[in-house]
Design a protein around this ligand. Structure first.
Ligand SMILES: [Zn+2]
Length: 227
């Protein structure tokens, strides 16, 4: 394994690299693109317009989200999605951020194989997508039912949901789909020891709490999703 291959899974690839293609303003690993296009065509047969809301996300971007949530620049939400006070205790703050934001360096969006998707045909004119359970149970419900049916019957071209009820401690996310044959290859290179080293040399909020709890965090927020 090269160092580069190892660092790929932590989100250190540049979006300008030839590894990525731009789809709907998001970056997708070019290995995933043919399967994405097949899924899009299959869904179109039933009147759905598969559209990306998010794809590859570099480490720096996830770090920025994490640090802005910790500083109060971005809203902190409780498990019900309701804005809440910023806890003074660093460990408590870390767990609140983890309710809705992945650990920088361990987000599946670093893999290039994972996508947040919606049905473009179900979006009202000018509607800004939030990616919430309410949307999945509302305007996007028929789209998600079809997606579930395709996945269950093995007709989703390698795509699966990852954040499902009963797995790990991350909130379920119906809109998040992963091309598993690609993500499995990337995840072979993941190393918790390397993630620890990255945190040690990074200006990351809640650093002591992250380093003190990293093994436990991996059991709850990282490894359950290595599927
Ligand atoms: Zn996602």
């Amino acid at each position: 394994m090269t160092d580069n291959a190892m660092m790929d899974c932590f989100g250190f690839r540049s979006v300008e690299s030839s590894d990525f293609v731009n789809v709907d303003g998001c970056f997708v690993d070019k290995e995933v693109l043919p399967f994405y296009n097949k899924l899009k065509e299959r869904l179109a047969e039933d009147g759905f317009a598969l559209r990306l809301e998010s794809g590859y996300r570099p480490f720096e971007r996830q770090l920025s989200i994490w640090n802005r949530k910790a500083s109060g620049e971005l809203k902190l939400l409780d498990a019900n999605g309701v804005p809440m006070e910023r806890p003074a205790d660093e460990e408590k703050l870390m767990y609140v951020i983890l309710t809705w934001s992945a650990l920088p360096g361990a987000s599946r969006h670093h893999l290039g194989s994972d996508l947040d998707v919606v049905d473009g045909n179900a979006c009202p004119e000018g509607y800004e997508v939030q990616l919430t359970p309410a949307e999945c149970n509302g305007m996007f419900a028929p789209f998600h039912q079809k997606l579930t049916q395709l996945m269950d019957s093995g007709d989703a071209f390698g795509f699966s949901r990852v954040f499902v009820p009963g797995r790990g401690k991350i909130q379920p996310e119906q809109w998040h789909i992963a091309h598993l044959p690609t993500s499995r290859k990337r995840l072979e290179n993941f190393s918790l020891t390397e993630l620890r080293r990255i945190y040690e040399r990074t200006d990351i909020a809640c650093k002591s709490a992250l380093l003190d709890n990293l093994d436990r965090l991996a059991e709850d927020y990282i490894y359950p999703y290595f599927i």
